[in-house]
Unconditional design. Structure first.
Lengths: 117, 384
């Protein structure tokens, strides 16, 4: 075979190989980018949104947050106290009744029975 | 929704719903927010409160809490003659195969005793009986020979027949009680009292039960006599909680996003015996009511059993309470007999303002690590 033809075929082969390599590299880069974006999106959804130091590191190894991770920020906004931590010897039972369309709240203070802390 | 839970939900929608076996009914509580639903009823000799979001979960939550409270009472009450614990006491020592529930309750009490170095001790039952705390407070009050401190601060005399105070009895020691899984070995003459951990355990159990019942959706707060545990997803910025020495008092407003908070105090459950005023928090080392400088201790911890035990331990530790709490790494608020307040280990002080978040420890000292929340049988790091 004519050496010039053989050199030309060789160059064409190299060019084609380089072209393939470039496309492969481009595909890899694009794939990596897409994967990174997907992972970042997934991480931002899964990570608990924390506020303040109470939430940071607050999920105990054997605590009460099993089931749904402790997340401050994704629940409703609650502006009134819902419970009181207090000595248990005297308690107040709150009764709410609706009479003739009016809400009647009764608080009965009593010394309870058994529990001792 | 199960039929029982649906019935509770329907009746709660009308204002109240009965507990199991004709127990005190749940009553809806109006807090000022309609984004959470709150209900309350008497239970375990004190009050139980359930708060949940979304509000539609309240029926399921109350039904799940009912089941937990009823089981705990039947397992661990020292005052119910038909409880498993009373049956165990009647046998006067020996080896017993406990129900899983009582085994867990005893295991948590023993783990707390190990952790606190004996500042809490489940073998304190006889010391309490010796001091006169041998029956249901309400029942004693009805009999007229013992009553809790009145609203005006007066003490009704107990032992009004002039009964001299019983000889003080130090706790025999938690080390004498051996628990291996459900197998309990207890020497004759030891009476258990699980009061330092039982309410906290009940709150922890109820939180898990409610979360399971609602499929992990939303968030829940359980309070048993003021010992509060939270779980699931808290409201934005946390559950708003009041810290007070007695219910109905104005107090500090804080937020709880995880874990638990509990309060112990010598200002309640007081009585007079043979002319001496006594209260229910007894030092296991002496068998006498704790007489340290602190009248009330509020502690935040990873779980309510931890917080319950630590608040009692702080009262018993007396002058050593601050050091013990610092070593345990637990945020706490102590109130002295003179009214002075000490905020410790990150507990928000006055400068933090209202609704400051309460930090909670990451790890439990009484439950082993893992999702099952089983009692620790060894301290962290091994050894016994």
């Amino acid at each position: 075979m004519d050496p010039s033809i053989r050199d030309g075929a060789h160059r064409d082969g190299l060019r084609q190989a380089r072209r393939m390599s470039n496309w492969t590299a481009a595909a890899l880069i694009a794939g990596t980018g897409v994967a990174a974006v997907a992972l970042a999106h997934q991480a931002s959804v899964a990570a608990p949104a924390t506020t303040g130091n109470a939430a940071a590191g607050a999920a105990p190894a054997a605590g009460n947050t099993a089931g749904a991770g402790a997340q401050a920020g994704s629940g409703p906004r609650v502006t009134h106290s819902v419970a009181t931590t207090t000595a248990s010897g005297v308690t107040v039972i709150t009764t709410t009744r609706t009479v003739n369309g009016k809400t009647i709240v009764t608080r009965v203070r009593h010394a309870p029975a058994t529990a001792d802390n | 929704m199960a039929a029982g839970a649906r019935e509770v939900a329907d009746r709660l929608a009308r204002g109240s719903a009965g507990g199991p076996g004709g127990a005190v009914p749940w009553q809806r509580v109006t807090t000022g927010d309609d984004t959470v639903a709150v209900a309350e009823r008497g239970a375990l000799g004190t009050s139980a409160r359930v708060a949940v979001w979304p509000p539609a979960s309240l029926g399921l939550a109350c039904a799940a809490a009912d089941d937990v409270l009823d089981r705990l009472d039947r397992q661990a009450s020292r005052f119910r003659p038909d409880s498993e614990l009373s049956w165990l006491h009647a046998a006067r020592g020996g080896m017993f195969l406990l129900s899983d529930g009582l085994a867990e309750a005893v295991g948590v009490a023993l783990a707390a005793a190990r952790w606190t170095g004996g500042l809490t001790d489940p073998t304190i039952g006889d010391a309490l009986v010796s001091l006169g705390y041998d029956r249901d407070f309400a029942a004693i009050g009805e009999d007229g020979d013992l009553a809790a401190i009145g609203e005006d601060g007066d003490l009704a005399a107990i032992g009004g027949d002039g009964t001299p105070p019983g000889a003080t009895v130090a706790a025999p020691g938690w080390q004498l009680v051996q628990l291996d899984g459900p197998l309990l070995r207890i020497p004759p003459g030891i009476r258990l009292d699980l009061g330092a951990t039982a309410k906290g355990l009940g709150s922890d159990r109820a939180v898990r039960a409610v979360l399971s019942a609602v499929g992990g959706q939303g968030g829940v707060l359980i309070s048993l006599g003021g010992d509060i545990a939270v779980g699931g997803t808290p409201p934005r910025d946390g559950w708003p909680v009041t810290v007070a020495e007695e219910p109905g008092q104005a107090g500090q407003l804080v937020r709880l996003t995880a874990g638990a908070v509990a309060t112990s105090s010598v200002t309640v459950r007081r009585w007079r015996r043979g002319g001496a005023e006594v209260h229910h928090i007894v030092d296991p080392r002496t068998g006498r009511p704790a007489d340290g400088p602190w009248r009330t201790a509020t502690v935040a911890a990873a779980t309510c059993a931890d917080a319950n035990a630590a608040s009692t331990a702080a009262i018993v530790a007396g002058a050593a309470a601050e050091d013990w709490l610092a070593t345990a790494g637990l945020p706490a608020r102590l109130t002295g007999h003179d009214g002075r307040v000490r905020d410790l280990n990150g507990w928000p002080g006055p400068e933090a303002g209202a609704w400051a978040p309460v930090p909670t420890a990451a790890d439990s000292h009484v439950y082993a690590a893992g999702p099952a929340m089983r009692p620790r049988t060894r301290p962290p790091g091994g050894g016994r």
